[in-house]
Design a protein. Structure first.
Length: 102
């Protein structure tokens, strides 16, 4: 491969990022740990190759993106405890079924 000539066409500059709307929500509960898999690639001697670089034409100007960030806060929990002691009254089960049904 040492005598082979490689021509690489380099891409132009990437398009700038688009306008984005970022919504930030409160963090979710923790997730389980990730499973990592490793793969070892054997090393070997690399042959020297002649490389020709062809640059891309200059990019066209793009308008600057307008970014919006919407950030939500944790919703406050409001607990209202209201106890009403109405007392205990004697009642007939048949009268209850007749009034309220099953």
């Amino acid at each position: 491969i040492a005598s082979q000539t490689v021509i690489r066409r380099l891409p132009g500059l990437p398009v700038p990022p688009r306008s984005v709307i970022v919504e930030r929500v409160p963090p979710p509960p923790p997730r389980p740990r990730d499973i990592l898999m490793e793969r070892w690639i054997p090393y070997g001697p690399q042959a020297k190759r002649r490389t020709l670089l062809q640059r891309a034409p200059p990019p066209l100007p793009y308008p600057a993106p307008r970014n919006v960030i919407i950030q939500y806060e944790q919703a406050p929990a409001r607990i209202v405890r209201n106890f009403q002691r109405l007392g205990v009254t004697a009642a007939s089960p048949s009268a209850y079924v007749q009034t309220y049904g099953l």
